[in-house]
Ligand binder design. Structure first.
Ligand code: SAM
Ligand code: CA
Length: 222
């Protein structure tokens, strides 16, 4: 027994999946279809997607934002967890990648819940703010270009309601954030983001070592 978070060895990881993963059929098919993609490793891990789906249901989220959709695996998990009238605005710049996943959104019967916006996500977020949709969203998942994590987070803080939840992906960046010898621009951007939000007193914070590390930030009602 230990008070530290367990190191997940490959056998422990396989065990975790064996005894707890309940992946819907369309999600499994989408994940398998993405395996052939040269950037398949960008896809959210299945146990993380399942965890996010539970967060959606626990919080009763109805309006969600996703920044970084790729082939649509995390979007599918979120859309399946939203209630019938729920909506997800999914942001990406690459329509071809998203198109790979759209047939599986259809198969799962949730394509109508996903409002896809193909444009730089900062533009989409600025447009939502111009439409005065502040406080309209219950949940946001930030998983696009890491250099923009700070402005994405700032925009999400405006668009999320008090008490709403922002999940930010890849915050441990394969452990590189904790290795001072690593100084590439992406690692530095994630460190800057982690440092910046660790100082904020308008959120409750929890960094979860699932997948590549997910930070959960709950906007404190003021
Ligand atoms: N959440 C996805 C999943 O579970 O499969 C993975 C997202 S992947 C890590 C990052 C995505 O961000 C890519 O599909 C990329 O096209 C997109 N992206 C990169 N820069 C962007 C930008 N400025 N605006 C919107 N999307 C962007
Ligand atoms: Ca990610």
């Amino acid at each position: 027994m230990s008070r530290r978070t367990l190191q997940i060895t490959p056998p422990v990881y396989d065990y975790l999946l064996d005894v707890s993963l309940r992946e819907p059929e369309a999600m499994r098919k989408l994940r398998e279809a993405t395996l052939a993609h040269p950037f398949a490793n960008m896809q959210t891990a299945p146990e993380q997607a399942q965890f996010m789906a539970m967060l959606i249901r626990l919080t009763g989220a109805r309006r969600a934002l996703e920044i970084g959709t790729f082939t649509g695996y995390s979007a599918l998990a979120v859309a399946l967890a939203l209630p019938e009238e729920g909506r997800l605005i999914a942001c990406d710049v690459n329509a071809d990648w998203v198109a790979m996943g759209q047939p599986f959104w259809q198969e799962a019967g949730v394509a109508g819940k996903i409002d896809l916006r193909i444009a730089p996500a900062l533009e989409t977020l600025q447009q939502l703010m111009a439409e005065k949709r502040h406080g309209e969203f219950d949940f946001a998942f930030i998983d696009a270009d890491k250099q923009n994590y700070i402005p994405y987070f700032e925009a999400c803080m405006q668009l999320i309601r008090p008490g709403g939840l922002i999940a930010v992906d890849n915050v441990l960046w394969d452990g590189k954030v904790a290795d001072e010898s690593v100084t590439d621009p992406t690692t530095r951007a994630i460190r800057r983001f982690n440092d910046a939000i660790s100082q904020r007193n308008d959120i409750e914070l929890s960094m979860i070592p699932i997948g590549d590390g997910v930070t959960l930030a709950r906007k404190i009602p003021m």
